[in-house]
Every structure is written in C-alpha cells, then in structure tokens.
Design a protein around this ligand. Structure first.
Ligand code: NI
Length: 167
C-alpha cells in the first residue's frame, strides 16, 4: 500500500464528472487499499477517487473512529442516491480544501445503492455524520466541492482564504 497525494482546489480533476467503474478488479482493489491508507493518514472521514487524481466513481467512508473509536471502512463503487429526506446543517471540511470549514445543508437521511469492494450489490441507509460523509463524497464524483454549495455572498466572504489555497 502507499499513501497517495491528495489533490487540492483548484485542481482540474476535482471539477470533472467521474466515470462509472466498469469492473471491480485487482487494480481497483489496489486503488481502494491506497485510498484508505491515505484517508486514515490524513485523518479524513471520507475520500473520493477524484481527490487522488482518479476520475472514477468510487468513494470510501469511515466515520466510526470519530463516532465510536472503531474502524469500519465502507467502500461504495458507482454510488447512487436513490432516496433522500429531511434537512440538516452542520460544519464540514474537505481534504481538498485544507483548513476550511463551512456550514453545509444536507439531507438528514439517504438511501444509497452501489457495489462493495468485491463487486457485490450494496445498499446503505445512513443518517448523521455517516450520511453526511456519503453525500459529501458523492458530490466529489459530480465535480462539486463545498465551495460550490455556498451562496455568492458566502463565497465573497471566503474569497481571500481561497486565494491563499491557490497560491
Ligand atoms: Ni471532500
């Protein structure tokens, strides 16, 4: 396994719509292993493949060590939100926007379908930090960053700090 370099704003790959994974093979599993090592190393609760420069629909999430101190890696290949309900606002950060935390409104409950790391069908119902992290990572597959969810006024207020990231 190896720790991968995390792409930060304004890297081009973060703005792209990621492509569907065609087969869950050894190469993809190697990417999953490297992404998980990278996520734990960076102290993140989730990571999407575009964040390590791979424009594929693959996300990993582990909120258990924040919530319970355990470890429970969730891998979703080609994730799809099939149903969502409710609204909740909470503070979020992103490994691709270092030092940023922003209040973001998300669905309170999501139902997600996809494939697991073995290529088998997977269904998840998620709330709380877990549900939020899944929605955040799926945004990455659609080229959406936290800053894209801000109003133009909110964007103006953080523009100076954004320029600092770009430098
Ligand atoms: Ni992120």
């Amino acid at each position: 396994m190896s720790i991968l370099k995390i792409k930060t704003y304004p890297a081009r790959v973060l703005k792209e719509t990621a492509k569907a994974v065609k087969s869950v093979d050894g190469r993809l599993q190697e990417l999953i292993a490297n992404m998980s090592e990278t996520m734990y190393y960076a102290n993140g609760v989730g990571l999407a493949a575009p964040q390590v420069g791979v424009s594929k629909r693959l996300i990993i999430v582990d909120t258990s060590y924040r919530e319970e101190g355990g470890s429970n890696l969730i891998v979703v290949v080609n994730p799809e939100i099939v149903y969502q309900e409710g609204d909740v606002t909470a503070i979020e950060g992103c490994l691709s926007l270092p030092r940023f935390t922003i209040n973001i409104n998300r669905s309170a409950r999501v139902y997600i379908k996809g494939l697991n790391a073995d290529g088998n069908p997977l269904e998840i119902e998620a709330t709380g930090l877990f549900g939020r992290a899944l929605q955040h990572e799926i945004d990455h597959l659609n080229g959406v960053l936290l800053i894209d969810r801000l109003t133009s006024l909110e964007k103006q207020n953080i523009s100076y700090s954004l320029q600092k990231i770009q430098r």
